[in-house]
Design a protein around this ligand. Structure first.
Ligand code: UDP
Length: 315
């Protein structure tokens, strides 16, 4: 049994990770400032004596963190805390930049002090609007440092740089995972991301708002696969290494919309709406590196979407 800290533990990925690690009998401490999540996600876990939740903003100076977090010894730290989602790129830009700078530094200090192994969830957004397909981990990206998406893109890039500095200078045992689009249980029904948005629209008989002509692509990883991938990298990944994590089946947004109409038996139509200028055209992870650790995505999109439908109160 290990003692594991999860920052951003009440969020979409965090809640799923808490559940999985508890099912493996670990002691899990989740911290979150609840800025983009609610306690309702993790409330069912409160009855588990091996689970603890502490409301904590990771961007505050470490000396002001709640004493119990500062004094505990952790074996593993999963650092997930950071607002995400396209509307938050403007609404919570400052919070994103602080989570990725001050927040990541605080977590690194904690890992250094407690000698915990650290895994940081970076993002495919570090590649920006990529010009190379698929994106391997050594692709340096195509990012506008002052663009609308930069609080997230450059925030995650800064975090990665900070982490590598702690690996090189202080020998912290940290790994980085670049998470590509993921979906599934515990995404809130009000989530702006394309899958919850389309599911909501289809179930409520509203038109599905396809941006542009819907020819832009993404790959979508079901959350159970992603959580298994995070644990695999934590356990088997190498210190200072970066791993892409996601699904490598590329889907056009228009085809995703049609599939969602089909599986929800909806009469909704498609409505082509304006596509934001900063939207990325295409995204596709190279997964060879993480597959060498013995992980690969297993859940087909249609199955994942059906599971999502069953688990989330969309209506
Ligand atoms: N998208 C769309 N309609 C929506 C929401 C999103 O067509 O109502 C598209 C958007 O243009 C983007 C893709 O779906 O190309 C994924 O958007 P999302 O906000 O989920 O995440 P992103 O990958 O852009 O961060």
């Amino acid at each position: 049994m290990s003692r594991i800290l999860i920052t951003g533990g009440a969020g979409f990925i965090g809640t799923n990770l808490c559940e999985k690690l508890l099912s493996q009998n670990h002691h899990v401490i989740a911290i979150d400032n609840l800025i983009t999540s609610t306690k309702s996600n993790i409330e069912p876990l409160f009855s588990n004596p091996k689970f603890e939740f502490i409301e904590q903003d990771v961007t505050l100076p470490l000396r002001n963190w709640k004493l119990e977090i500062r004094n505990w010894k952790f074996d593993f730290i999963y650092h997930l805390a950071c607002p995400t989602g396209v509307p938050n790129l403007t609404k919570l830009a400052e919070e994103m930049l602080l989570a990725c700078s001050a927040g990541t530094r605080n977590v690194l200090e904690l890992a250094k002090k407690t000698k915990a192994k650290l895994l940081f969830t970076s993002s495919s957004e570090v590649y920006g609007d990529p010009q190379v397909f698929p994106q391997t981990e050594n692709y340096t990206g195509n990012v506008d440092p002052i663009g609308i998406r930069s609080p997230y893109e450059e925030g995650k890039r800064f975090s990665e740089s900070l982490i590598q500095m702690y690996v090189r200078k202080y020998n912290v045992n940290a790994k980085i995972v670049r998470v590509f689009n993921t979906y599934g249980n515990y995404m809130s029904s009000g989530d702006s991301r394309v899958i919850p948005r389309f599911l909501n629209q289809a179930l409520n008989g509203k038109s599905l708002t396809v941006e542009g002509k819907g020819l832009q692509t993404r790959t979508f990883c079901y959350i159970d696969d992603l959580v298994d991938g995070l644990i695999t990298v934590m356990e088997k990944g190498k210190k200072g290494e970066v791993y892409n994590l996601g699904n490598d089946k590329e889907v056009r947004i228009i085809d995703l919309a049609k599939l969602i109409i089909k599986i929800t038996n909806s009469r909704s139509k498609l409505k082509l709406v304006e596509r934001p200028a900063h939207d990325h055209k295409r995204r596709l992870p190279a997964l060879e590196k993480v597959k060498k650790l013995g992980w690969k995505p297993k859940i087909f999109q249609e199955i994942g979407l059906r599971k999502t439908l069953q688990s989330i109160p969309y209506s």
